[in-house]
Design a protein around this ligand. Structure first.
Ligand code: SAM
Length: 278
């Protein structure tokens, strides 16, 4: 018997994948967790029925959420990842030679354990307990309230604005992020699809722009995510990704999506996205 699984991306549309095998299912205090193996995307992490990451295309999301903000900052030493339980973002963060500490605050220990076991390619920095890594199982919203003037770069690698991730998309949270950053710090958050989540994209851009002097949105092509085009929004106190001189970036080894041209070109927005942000 064939097993197919659908993620409902809007009220009217779903992405359906044929499932070869279910590797893990569990109900944590926060969400329903599954790891399945699929024909098209390979192994995938699914939280509350939402496709989170896959072996097929995880490199795009993780390279783009980590390298774009880290290269925008001239010397990121103290870095915080909120969420990111699969470990893919931390795997990229620790590649930056200037990074001394890569803290990760993930609310759900069961996600971390499931990914270490079933998605080891993504979770390698968690499995190997990379010397730069400081992992804390806790609520990122609470953690942000307590931190002051501490981080060079904060990466909000969260799930959708439902369930435990809801509070990571609020003005109050962005105020806490602002306070937790050093005076020249910057942050990035994954901010969904410019096709299917337009009110959210516009609202978050405005909200972040009301606090940070520099706000920039960039795009990446990610087949697993709704519409295949994904937004990331940067709030920065000092450094503008447009002004970056890409000739002088430090070496982080081989990448599969990111390159020096994409570091700049990802901020070039189609007219309908520019309109959305006005
Ligand atoms: N790349 C993914 C995407 O956009 O679909 C995000 C993946 S990552 C697995 C998201 C993580 O954020 C989940 O593991 C979830 O448990 C975590 N998370 C949600 N709310 C959180 C919170 N308040 N504090 C810390 N982590 C949180």
């Amino acid at each position: 018997m064939e097993l197919w699984m659908t993620e409902f991306q809007t009220k009217h549309l779903g992405l359906t994948a044929r499932i070869k095998e279910t590797l893990f299912t569990g109900q944590s205090e926060f969400q329903e967790i599954a790891v399945v193996d699929s024909d098209q995307f390979g192994r995938m992490l699914i939280l509350d029925g939402v496709f989170q990451t896959s072996i097929f295309d995880e490199f795009i999301y993780h390279e783009m959420i980590a390298h774009i903000p880290l290269f925008t900052h001239p010397n990121p030493e103290q870095v915080l990842v909120i969420g990111g339980g699969d470990g893919g973002t931390i795997r990229e963060v620790v590649k930056h030679p200037s990074v001394k500490t890569a803290e990760m605050v993930e609310i759900d220990g069961m996600v971390v354990e499931a990914c270490k076991k079933h998605l080891p390619e993504i979770a390698e920095a968690l499995i190997n307990e990379h010397p730069k890594l400081r992992l804390k199982i806790d609520d990122g919203i609470k953690h942000m309230k307590e931190a002051r003037n501490k981080y060079d770069v904060i990466i909000v690698d969260c799930s959708d604005p439902i369930g435990p991730g809801q509070g990571l998309f609020t003005h109050e949270f962005y105020e806490d992020v602002y306070r937790a950053l050093k005076e020249d710090g910057l942050f990035v958050q994954q901010t969904e699809s410019p096709f299917y989540h337009q009110p959210l994209v516009r609202h978050l851009y405005k909200d972040i722009g009301s606090l940070f002097p520099i706000t920039r949105l960039y795009l990446a092509q990610i087949p697993l995510y709704p519409s295949g085009t994904h937004c990331f929004t940067i709030g920065s106190k000092k450094y503008d990704p447009w002004q970056l001189d890409t000739a002088k970036l430090p070496d982080i080894g081989a990448t599969r999506y990111w390159n020096k041209d994409i570091q700049k070109s990802c901020f070039v927005l189609p007219n309908f996205v520019q309109e959305l942000l006005k």
